[in-house]
Design a protein around this ligand. Sequence first.
Ligand code: PMP
Length: 286
Amino acid sequence: MPIKIYIDGKYYEKQDAKISVFDHGLLYGDGVFEGIRAYNGKIFKCEEHIRRLYDSAKAIWLTVPISEDEMAVAMYATLEVNKLKDAYIRLVVTRGKGDLGLDPRKCPKATVIIIADSITLYPEEFYQKGLEVVTAASPRIAPESLSPRIKSLNYLNNILAKIEGIQAGCIEVIMLNHLGYVAECSGDNIFLVRDSQISTPPPEAGILEGITRNTVMDLARNAKYPLVERNLGRYDVYTADEIFLTGTAAEVIPVVKADGRRIGDGKPGKVTRDLRKRFLKLVGRD
Ligand code: PMP
C-alpha cells in the first residue's frame, strides 16, 4: 500500500514527500530524530520517545514547532491515515530551510516529518541462532564533542562503524568509547550476563539511552536479576556467559560470537531468552 508521509502538518504521497535542498538537516545533519514502534495500534513508550526527541532538540537549541501533545496526536493520525497497526515510525525534526552557511538563525522554522511504514523484522534465524559481532576500530564520538545522548541526524560515526561490521560479515558492531570502554552498538544498546548478573554501560559511557534498554532493565529488575550499570571492557565481553542487544527494531537479540570468540556455549543464553520472552509479552507479541 502506498504510504502517506506527514510534513509540517500535511500528508504527501511517498513520491511527493520532499524537502528543500536548503534544509540544514540535509546540508549539515542539523536535526534530531526518533525511531518508534507501534504494536497493535498502540505506540510503544510514546511519551518516552517524545520526551527524548524534545530533549535532543533542546540540547541542540532547536525549537520543535509543535507541542509534545500535538506530536503524539500527529503520530497516531499518521498511523491512521496509513491504516497501520504494527508499524515503524520515524520522527524527524530538522533545523529547516536556511542559507548555505552554518548559522541556524537563518533557518526560521524547523521541519517536522513523520514517516510510518510497515516494519521489516530481522529474520527469525538471528533470534534463534544469535548474532556475530565485531568491535569497530572507530570509537564512539566523545561526549564532550557531541553527546551520543542526543539522537541527532549526524549518524556518520555509527554508519562508519556499521560499515566495519558489514566488511566483517556482521550486521551489528560493538563500539567502544573514547576511553576504550564498551559503549553500545551502531544502533542498539548492549548487555552482558555473567553468573546470572546483568551489566550494561551507564549513560556516562557515551551511549544513547535506549528506550528498549530502559524497558529491559525494568523487566530484569522485576524478574529479580541482579543488574548493574558499569564500565565494561572487551575483557568483559569475551568472558561473558551471554550477550544481548536491545533496540526498537531488534527488540532483544542474542549475540553468540564477538571478535571471533564464542560467547558462553555459542547459543542464545537462558537470561537472554527469558528477557526476550518477557519483552514480547509486554508488547503483546507472545
Ligand atoms: N544506540 C543507538 C546509537 C541507537 O541509534 C539506538 C536506536 N536505534 C539505540 C541505541 C537503541 O535505542 P532504542 O531502544 O530507543 O531504540
